[in-house]
Ligand binder design. Structure first.
Ligand code: ATP
Ligand code: MG
Length: 802
């Protein structure tokens, strides 16, 4: 069985140094084929995403090698620990998708055994009771360059030590008067080995053992012995415990017979724009900087769960980050990328207007309505999602987004303006004829428009080209909702890196939460289960807040936006600070109604977009060649005006696009890749700063268009190869990245996914056919996105309907 469990490990996850150690122990039979790991949280706070890495590693190892993983609460500090944390930790681990079965343990269950080990160490001459004060103990310990001095109490006899230790336990002494110490070496190079403390006196009530004990074991004593008591084989902890390993080994050598557990250290997970220390998280909660441990801005698992983050995306992050031996920070954008990828598959699309502006269609009959139909899934997912649609009531009054209207817009504002036309998503083309203003404030409060009945689905003018499409909701039928826009809790990537005299609290982002209480949502939202994650078109991914949302008073959390608006806003801020382009807007360009909250403007990309539009427009005005290309791209190549605009803001980008087109003649497709992926790669720079060859880009797009690789894989490759000079065709061949189009190869993967999710299979068979996408997503993940999705869908369906 060793061989088979090993090969599962190799198939399902990439190997790492810890998996290699475990595999080697399996080969050698060190623990007779047993693998026992543990996750040992201290119940003094909620779990955070860093803990998730340790959970995925410990439980994942047990799964991969056919072993078990214990959940052990390391409850040896009565001052800070609490049953409430014990409960939240269990809930969070289950939510992440792991199960300890009956193996729930507490270090406090072992207090009697641990005490007996203390007595044994004293008897064997390996421990003594010291009566120096804390300060003296510190002074006697020496420094890194200087050996320590032995305590005058080090020479106590075994009998004296046994007596004092028993009286410590009996409660005869006050806190701090005596400690039990290991007798090792006061001159050891590793300071931790200079007679480490094993027990201290604390007259404190413990949440589990009550007042039974007034001496409590130290981590370095309790942890290794708890591992040994539970028969743990591989005790995995984070790098800061590297120096504690010597004590771990010393203690277990003195008390255990082999085989005994061994400790291995791996790098902590640190994520940008957040803090991970429980002490700091507790401070944020206590001082009211957030609304609780489960505040959706917190990096806690409870906060992320409430926000709407999926456990799958956290597990994927942990796998992608891998297990290493050096500490590093993980870019938040990696996590966001994984999260968007996951949500994209599971989130049906609806429309929600965050800051409504009323529109009256003056030529639509009063009192009449009709039902429009809208796709729930975008075209590239339609094959997975069966082309499901929802109905959207349409009538005389609607709401649109305030920022989708401008009174005096620049030439390339493609949304609504007086006298201009725009298409309503899934609906008609409308033209704005009049603007109604508040007589007091002058703010635009209503638009009078006319609609063109021939531009609806099936209408003779349905295909008429209009420059922009905007989202909207019907006025009467839409649901009033509160929307909470969450942003990063800290402004800097590393909030712990602060100037003299400041603390991490100075780096809190004042705009991390914006509440919009007037938002309006499409009525179709009522037809979905309460825990559905939606994409609100053009806005981001949202779900109903599990705590505050009620069927009648709905509250939606933004899980994540669609694009990295933060990065863009920072870029343009930096630009304006450098003076390269003044950010001041012409007064006439202000959106219809100004939001008082500065974040409101930052979260809507229009402010930023407009200034970039200006830059490109100026470039075309100055360079007739660019102006000519602009017209050519639209009229001859048939590109959407928005894409033509982006491509012709700078001659370098236009030439890059054309060179790629020469390799792969599919204008809109290449344009999409350039305007989305390439621009993301060059991050505000230009293609001149060392870009990947446009020939390679053309080849890459061709690979995707021809179905040799999936679009997602294509994007990953572009990111990876961008700074290289590698040919994507060669990379795809050498690494065997072609899509798996072979049903025989995919069938077992599909079968495995179904076998792992019996509850979801049952739900599907009970009518929740929307789960099809979930199964397909899982298969795609297992094949690293290499499976041919339409084929996977067919296979899933046929296996489910068998
Ligand atoms: P903090 O330092 O935030 O207070 P902790 O390490 O004291 O956390 P524990 O409850 O003792 O919290 O942690 C339980 C387990 O989780 C330990 O094995 C610890 O090494 C691991 N762990 C804690 N933080 C991280 C992290 N950022 N990345 C990976 N593992 C972590
Ligand atoms: Mg700890």
């Amino acid at each position: 069985t060793t061989a088979t469990t090993q090969s599962t490990a190799e198939n399902s996850r990439e190997s790492d140094f810890i998996r290699e150690i475990v595999a080697e122990d399996m080969r050698r039979g060190t623990y007779a084929g047993r693998v026992v790991t543990r996750f040992p949280p201290e119940p003094n706070g909620f779990l955070h995403i860093g803990h998730a890495k340790s959970i995925c590693l410990n439980f994942g190892l047990a799964q991969d090698f056919g072993g078990v993983c214990n959940l052990r609460f390391d409850d040896t500090n009565p001052e800070t620990e609490d049953m409430r944390y014990v409960q939240s930790i269990q809930e969070d681990i289950r939510w992440l998708g792991f199960d300890w079965g009956p193996r729930l343990y507490f270090a406090s269950d072992y207090y009697e055994q641990l005490y007996a080990y203390g007595v044994q160490l004293i008897r064997d001459g390996h421990a003594y009771v010291d009566s120096l004060s804390d300060a003296e103990i510190r002074a006697y310990r020496g420094t890194v360059t200087e050996a320590g001095r032995p305590s005058p109490y080090r020479a106590r006899t075994v009998a004296e030590n046994l007596d004092l230790f028993a009286r410590m336990r009996a409660g005869e002494f006050a806190d701090g008067t005596h400690v039990l110490r290991a007798k090792i070496d006061m001159a050891a190079a590793n300071m931790k080995m200079r007679d480490p403390l094993l027990y201290r006196i604390r007259h404190q009530h413990h949440f589990r053992t009550g007042d039974d004990w007034c001496i409590y074991p130290m981590y370095d004593f309790a942890h290794p012995l708890s591992d040994a008591i539970e028969g743990v084989t591989h005790s995995i902890c984070t790098l800061e415990f590297e120096n504690n390993r010597e004590i771990y080994d010393w203690l277990l050598e003195k008390t255990q017979t082999p085989p005994r557990p061994h400790q291995y250290e791996f790098a902590r997970l640190n994520l940008d724009y957040t803090v991970m220390s429980k002490r700091k998280l507790l401070q944020l909660v206590r001082e009211g900087h957030v609304q609780g441990w489960d505040d959706p801005r917190m990096p806690t698992l409870a906060g992320m769960r409430r926000r709407g983050v999926t456990p799958e995306s956290i597990r994927t992050l942990c796998e992608r980050v891998g297990v290493a031996k050096t500490n590093s920070r993980v870019e938040l954008s990696l996590f966001e990328h994984i999260l968007r990828d996951d949500l994209n598959f599971r989130a049906p699309r609806l429309m929600c207007v965050l800051r409504p502006l009323k529109v009256v269609l003056t030529n639509y009959p009063v009192g009449e309505t009709e039902n429009l139909e809208g796709d729930l899934w975008p075209r590239d997912l339609a094959h997975v999602k069966d082309g499901e649609t929802r109905t959207i009531p349409f009538g005389r009054e609607l709401y649109i987004e305030q920022s989708d209207f401008m009174e005096e817009p620049p030439a390339d504002f493609y949304r609504l303006a007086l006298g201009r036309e725009v298409r309503l998503r899934h609906g008609y083309v409308i033209r704005c004829d009049a603007v109604v203003k508040d007589p007091q404030t002058g703010a635009v409060v209503e638009l009078h428009c006319t609609y063109d009945a021939e531009t609806g689905r099936g209408g003779s003018q349905n295909r008429r080209r209009v420059r922009g499409t905007i989202h909207w909701v019907p006025a009467a039928a839409s649901i009033p909702v509160e929307v909470r826009l969450y942003d990063r809790l800290f402004v800097a990537p590393n909030p712990d890196d602060v100037e003299e005299g400041k603390t991490f609290l100075d780096g809190l982002n004042p705009d991390s939460l914006v509440v919009l209480s007037q938002a309006r949502l499409e009525p179709a939202a009522r037809e979905f289960p309460a825990d559905t994650r939606f994409q609100f078109e053009r806005q981001g991914y949202f779900w109903a807040d599990p705590v505050d949302s009620q069927p009648e008073t709905r509250v939606y959390n933004r899980i994540i936006d669609l694009r990295d608006s933060w990065g863009k806003a920072q870029d343009s801020k930096a630009q304006s600070e450098n003076g390269s382009r003044p950010q001041a807007q012409k007064p006439s360009q202000k959106p219809a109604a100004q939001d008082q909250n500065p974040q409101a403007a930052a979260d809507d990309s229009s402010g930023d977009r407009r200034s970039k539009l200006d830059v490109r427009e100026d470039a075309r005005a100055a360079d007739p060649q660019l102006a000519q290309k602009y017209t050519y791209y639209i009229e001859t190549l048939g590109l959407a005006p928005e894409d033509a605009d982006v491509l012709t803001g700078d001659i370098g980008l236009a030439e890059y696009f054309e060179a790629a087109l020469a390799t792969h003649n599919a204008p809109q497709s290449v344009a999409n890749w350039v305007t989305n992926e390439v621009l993301r790669e060059i991050k505000g720079g230009t293609v001149a700063d060392g870009a990947w060859s446009p020939v390679y880009l053309g080849k890459l797009v061709a690979l995707v268009d021809e179905g040799v690789i999936t679009a997602n894989l294509g994007k990953d490759l572009l990111q990876e190869l961008w700074t290289s000079d590698e040919d994507p065709v060669a990379v795809v061949e050498v690494r065997g990245l072609r899509q798996i189009q072979d049903a025989g190869a995919l069938e077992p993967v599909v079968a495995a996914v179904l076998a792992e999710n019996p509850d979801k299979v049952a739900a599907y068979q009970g009518g929740r056919t929307g789960l099809l996408g979930f199964f397909v997503g899982q298969v795609m993940r297992k094949t690293n996105g290499q499976a041919n999705a339409p084929m996977v869908q067919e296979l899933v369906k046929s296996q489910l309907e068998r």
